[in-house]
Design a protein around this ligand. Structure first.
Ligand SMILES: O=C(O)CCC(=O)C(=O)O
Length: 252
């Protein structure tokens, strides 16, 4: 779906854009089935893919009902044909091209699973903290709900306009249970948060400097999403030839 001029302007102003119903149910069902196969050990993990367990499970604080209840994320989807077909989804690619131009690469991919019964919060952070590519405006994150994501489920929350500021300091949150690699920014005014309640297929496009995070899942259901970060071919990295290394994939 090519974005309209008004949508591009809105993304530039707010640092995010919510596209309702972008991904069809038939695709979500395929992604979900494949995710479950990996997590239930019904399919061998392809090269590079990893399952990250929730910290409360790792520390023995929670005894998961099923393997799916133990997982925080499935990462590095590049070598799975079904899950990585999301990155090639024509509607998604066209929307991202409206922001980044036609030469697109992927630089990270995840299924985020927020099970009931664990803390699972994601502190307020900026994704640029995790990337060496620049400029920031050459990167776009996408996050598609696979299951309903209401406030009760711990939906994403963003602070509009923060993408116009700098990359802020990140540190380990002072929480009892923090998942591996989840750094947060101190002193964020949480009153400024806008909660992104989403139905399956709804897709958030977001700037890597936007301050965002997610809350605890207080329901009995899972909250699950599939996510990719795209980068424009014109981005630069201290690493030479970033387009040809590791899990980077050319999409268009
Ligand atoms: O899915 C979540 O709860 C957090 C995801 C996130 O923060 C991200 O994609 O950067």
């Amino acid at each position: 779906m090519q974005l309209s001029k008004a949508q591009v302007t809105q993304y530039e102003q707010d640092g995010y854009l919510l596209l309702r119903g972008l991904i069809e149910e038939k695709d979500l069902v395929k992604y979900d089935a494949r995710f479950r196969e990996y997590v239930m050990s019904q399919r061998a993990l392809p090269a590079d893919m990893k399952i990250m367990q929730d910290v409360m499970v790792v520390k023995g604080e929670v005894n998961p009902e099923t393997p799916v209840h133990s997982v925080n994320k499935l990462l590095c989807l590049e070598n799975d044909d079904v899950l990585f077909s999301f990155a090639h989804h024509p509607e998604l690619v066209s929307a991202v091209q409206s922001l980044l131009g036609t030469e697109l690469y992927t630089v990270s991919s995840n299924v985020f699973n927020k099970p009931p019964g664990v803390d699972g919060r994601h502190p307020m952070h900026q994704d640029l903290r995790y990337f060496r590519l620049r400029p920031a405006s050459g990167i776009v994150g996408v996050w598609t709900a696979m299951l309903p994501a209401t406030r009760e489920h711990g939906c994403l929350a963003v602070i509009p306009g923060t993408h116009r500021g700098d990359l802020l300091d990140h540190a380990n949150p002072d929480w009892d249970f923090v998942n591996h690699g989840f750094f947060g920014i101190d002193g964020i005014d949480l009153e400024q948060r806008v909660h992104m309640e989403m139905e399956p297929g709804d897709t958030l496009l977001f700037h890597p400097l936007i301050v965002h995070g997610s809350g605890r899942n207080r329901t009995e259901d899972f909250r699950r999403a599939i996510s990719i970060h795209y980068a424009a071919g014109s981005c630069e990295s201290p690493k030479e030839n970033w387009q040809n290394v590791g899990l980077t994939r050319r999409i268009s």
